[in-house]
Design a protein around this ligand. Structure first.
Ligand code: SAM
Length: 196
């Protein structure tokens, strides 16, 4: 246990839902990694609540220290496993925007089942997003990006509208920065929750 751990919410130890003020605009960066995107988002929108969620505790500890140095007060850090977080811990209709950015692509066919985005996962996400809220997905991996477009399109739960990312088009994740430096493109898509 490190001193900064008191500022990290350990989701696996919680079987109750986390508290979210539904009157506030709230965004979740799921699999935030080192959190450069999350930090820039929190800085851009100091009145919003920004959740930074990741399974890797070390990354969240570093992110906490960086937030402390930068005076960021509107970020909540969640140490969690993505399925557990979405299934057990996030109240329904509580998030304005969910970001899953450059998730592990699991390119080998025997590992494809490890990919986060699937029709089941997308339908769970749907329940957590507020009316007219947005799901933002990005990947540099063309097969994974194509699969995500297919899954989201076929789900009947979302309508694609990439203009919902206009406000954050200049904010990149650590992985996106890295891929761009190597000359690789990262593809983005935004999906509005349909009311059904
Ligand atoms: C490829 S990195 C991308 C990080 C960041 N989004 C970026 O673009 O720089 C994927 C991140 O997702 C996290 N992750 C992978 N599987 C996860 C899971 N099941 N639940 C929560 N986080 C997960 C990893 O720890 C890692 O930080």
């Amino acid at each position: 246990m490190k001193p900064e751990d008191q500022f990290i919410e350990f989701i696996a130890e919680k079987y109750s839902q986390i508290s979210i003020d539904k009157d506030k605009i709230t965004e979740l960066d799921l699999g935030c990694g080192k959190g450069s995107f999350t930090t820039q988002l929190a800085t851009k929108y100091p009145d919003r609540v920004i959740f930074a969620a990741d399974i890797m505790l070390g990354r969240l500890r570093k992110l906490y220290k960086r937030n402390e140095r930068s005076g960021i007060k509107n970020m909540r850090l969640l140490r969690c496993e993505a399925w557990h977080l979405i299934n057990q811990s996030i109240p329904d209709s509580s998030l304005n925007r969910i970001h899953i950015l450059c998730p592990d692509p699991w390119p080998k066919s025997r590992h494809k089942g490890n990919r986060l985005v699937s029709s089941e996962f997308v339908s769970r996400l749907y329940n957590k997003i507020k009316e007219n809220g947005v799901f933002h997905f990005s990947s540099d991996d063309i097969p994974y990006f194509t699969l995500a477009l297919e899954v989201l399109g076929k789900s009947g739960l979302f309508i694609r509208d990439d203009s919902k990312l206009n406000d954050i088009s200049n904010i990149k994740t650590d992985f996106e920065e890295r891929w761009n430096e190597m000359g690789l493109e990262v593809f983005h898509s935004a999906w509005i929750k349909k009311s059904i």
